[in-house]
Ligand binder design. Sequence first.
Ligand code: ZN
Length: 451
Amino acid sequence: MKNTVRKKAEGLLRFIEKSPTAFHAVREFSEMLKDAGFLELSEGTQWELLPGRGYFVTRNGSSVIAFRLPEEHAGNAGTPAGFQIMAGHSDSPSFKIKENPEIRVENVYIKLNVEKYGGMLFAPWFDRPLSAAGRIIVERDGRLYSRLVDVDRDLLLIPNVAIHMNRKVNEGFAYDPQKDLLPLYGMCGEGKSFLSAVAEAAGEKEEDLRGMDLFLYNRQKGTVWGPEDCFLSAPRLDDLECAYASVLGLIAAEPAESIAVSCVFDNEEVGSTTKQGAASTFLKDTLRRITACLSGSETGSLPEGQFTRALSRSFMISADNAHALHPNHPELSDPVNRPVMNRGIVIKHNANQKYTTDGVSAALMRMMLKKAGLRYQEFLNRSNMAGGSTLGNISGTQVSLNTVDIGLPQLAMHSPYETAGTRDFGDLVTAAEMFFSLSYSETEDGGFGWK
Ligand code: ZN
């Protein structure tokens, strides 16, 4: 495998390592964007946007929208610029730590009370070192402050029951999340409490804690492996792989005729219906403000029809990983549309529109990937299998525009350690960069494409 491919993959693994939760991923994205000259905006202040510049805005510290403006814009009188939007998500299935987290067992052990965040594979969470990260809220002089925290050491473990105590476990086991999946923390009467360990890791004191959003995470580091380094495995590939590719593509792209927008939403794994999720008004609010600013009226009202006109000239890629053909279970894939790792970007289709892709958006995506010299594959679920859904059709209820669902092929989706093809990641970065440098356009004879 070429050195550059491996280097790109290692960059992704470093990013994932620094991003144990959605909060940390958004902090990392913010740092990357600032380093690349993007200016941070706040939703609570007035925006003054300059042509050719890049900006970003976060919500809840766990979702981020970054954009780069064209060098020129039409102003109030002209046709508003369209948006080239690529969206991924910052969250992954995990266990959230409950309030009053400690449970004493027989006056000997301390375990933690946790609940599921999203739908995950349980088995791979057992017998491996875990830690805790997220955000805490502390009080200081009568004010509350939010602090990111990552305990960043082997701290917890969910122990299996020995085979001798459950001889039938390998024939299938129904996990009870309140019983089987609580992590062991320590010994009663020894060492500090869990919350004081967390507070200390944030440079704070337990008595100042007023709130928390803490999650377990897998401590195993990502790795590139196999002959020719063909595979990479890491926690949270779904969907940090796509989200990171999208932000890298935006940073690398030159200003274009359209407004390039990379968004990373939190809470995809729990239905997206939070104030910062894809079902929220975050994207719509941001795009409307951009159109208003470029029309010279951020403080006044948006000129009639400008936003609708901008959306009609826009295109969105909803990027979230896809199921690759499984080496032990090829029968679980569609007979024909069965993507494999290292064979390119996946275009996802579903007749019931859980994926937004239709004939038009698929053709546009294929045209663009061809232009970039990239391979692509098609994914559909077996007709007797329900499959999942993702950002595109949810975001479409707030901001409706031509959208395609894509992803990178991976194995073991929603395991705390997932596997993907090393070559595919770089392809998505290239595709994102090309996408952000193009504009969707229509001609008077009914033709449409990129320019
Ligand atoms: Zn996902």
